[in-house]
Design a protein around this ligand. Structure first.
Ligand code: CA
Ligand code: CA
Length: 193
């Protein structure tokens, strides 16, 4: 649909199966999304008009919450294996899947930083859900919110041409040397273990 909410169009035309979590490619040419059309959640992509649907993951595990890297080359997502959610990334065309988190707690809802060098994600490894960041290769995982309150579903503030300040700006989020993180998704988006 248009940005103002008009001209809504069903792109996937699937009455029973669930197609959710759409995320645009940086160049606007494709949309990646999650669907359970083959029996469990997989990552797919398609053209903005709904054509050219391509399946990117094929397995018996739940693959969800795809998020496109700013350079368009990788897609981060979370995968559940035996009740353990972790963040993975793969090539935008599928394949070259790399696991980025290995903690037994729930790790998911990845979001690339605008410069593509870091990935924010939610994890409940410190008891309650918090927003973490890591480098794109999975190293350097840091708890950014460090709170007993629920913090999840991170997103990054888009880069401005002339940023006045480079800090985390959302309320309740620690300040650091990374662009602003905001919390955008509702509580039910977090997987309960
Ligand atoms: Ca799957
Ligand atoms: Ca995990």
């Amino acid at each position: 649909m248009k940005a103002d909410g008009t001209e809504e169009k069903n792109l996937t035309n699937s009455p029973v199966i669930m197609d959710v979590q759409p995320n645009w490619s940086p160049n606007g040419a494709e949309i990646v999304f999650t669907s359970d059309r083959d029996g469990d959640n997989e990552i797919y992509k398609m053209s903005p008009d709904g054509s050219n649907v391509q399946q990117l993951t094929i397995n018996a595990l739940d693959d969800e919450y795809p998020n496109w890297s700013p350079d368009g080359r990788r897609i981060a997502f979370n995968r559940e294996r035996r009740g353990n959610f972790d963040v993975y990334a793969m090539r935008a065309g599928g394949g070259s899947v790399k696991r980025l988190t290995f903690h037994p707690a729930g790790d998911g809802l990845p979001a690339w930083s605008p410069d593509g060098r870091r990935i924010a994600f939610a994890s409940d490894r410190d008891r309650s859900p918090n927003v973490f960041t890591m480098r794109a290769d999975g190293r350097g995982q840091l708890n950014r919110t460090n709170s007993e309150a629920f913090n999840y579903a991170p997103d990054w503030q888009p880069r401005r041409r002339r940023p006045r300040r480079r800090r985390l700006s959302s309320s309740g989020i620690a300040r650091g040397r990374v662009p602003a993180l905001t919390l955008v998704r509702p509580p039910e988006a977090v997987h309960q273990q």
